[in-house]
Design a protein around this ligand. Sequence first.
Ligand code: SF4
Ligand code: SF4
Length: 356
Amino acid sequence: MAEVRTDFGPPNYKEMMPPVLLENYGKWLYHENPRAGVLKHVSETGAVVWTVRIGSPRLLAIDTIREFCDIADRYCGGHLRFTSRHNVEFMLTDASKVQPLIDELKAKGWPVGGTGRAISNIVHTQGWLHCHTAAIDASGVVKAVMDELYDDFEKMRFPAHVRISLACCLNMCGAVHCSDIAILGVHRKPPMVDNEYLANMCEIPLAVASCPTGAIKATTVDGKKSVVVNDEKCMYCGNCFTMCPSMPLADAEGSGVAILVGGKLSNRISTPMFSKVVVPFLPNEPPRWPQTVEAVKKILYTYVEDARKYERLGDWAARIGWERFFEKTGLPFTGHLIDDYRFAYTTWRTSTQFKF
Ligand code: SF4
Ligand code: SF4
């Protein structure tokens, strides 16, 4: 197999690693975070690597990437990396170049930060730019939210890490199920069936098979082959539209934003947690999504003021009790927030020890 070569998949990551990282692979002893946007990694060989992180606007012009590459050529031997949240990291071995690099990045308008207890970039999905299933835009909402949190990217003033994510439909390419604050696009209406063209546009057996709840049946309408949707069974996932363009479900009134909080991957204080829905629906409000931005800020800043050091948002909510969470944030608690999934009884709190 060693000789088998294909053009599938990415190249081996080691081919593109800066030499100092390759030489010290698996030998790192510890790291420090001296200021927002700067990391210092120390290896057992004595090597020290400084990392300077900036936020990228995520949708990048070629000119912007050339600008990053030009900076990397001059300071970092031509190496840079993108984090999974699309921050850009420049790694240096010469400590005397760290401040000049920061100065140049700032002079060019790039925010330096996003490490440790500063807010990191928001990971998001494709939105109206590309994906067909989107209930909301992705980059537009993220821009509106990050514009308001810009200062928090450059300052480490939070109790712990805060990760915000966005997915524009509940297929959740954005991993919103495990973020401190998650913005999720939701549809609330079943697909609209275009009987006129469906038979020409779609494979009907494929459309029927695509539905996870078995809500779609083949039928004939006015002599034309088509499908019918059982609205009671539909959970508005959009899977059928992926298979059949004659079943769109995006709707100005029915599609909008839900907000989830309290998810995390970390093992510190508590085990990894899934996010919970705290705002079931907000309308789609391009271009600045004011209600969504307001709700995110309300949750975030209540947490910042009330949480203890090192407490993630979900740990804070669990400590004070979810009843208090709604009280403190001022978000209304509605029946829509009660978990009615039929196998949910293992997740319910069944004791009488409420904290109101
Ligand atoms: Fe498409 Fe949904 Fe992924 Fe957004 S989250 S890119 S709408 S599949
Ligand atoms: Fe089925 Fe999802 Fe389509 Fe509803 S939106 S009919 S649940 S595939």
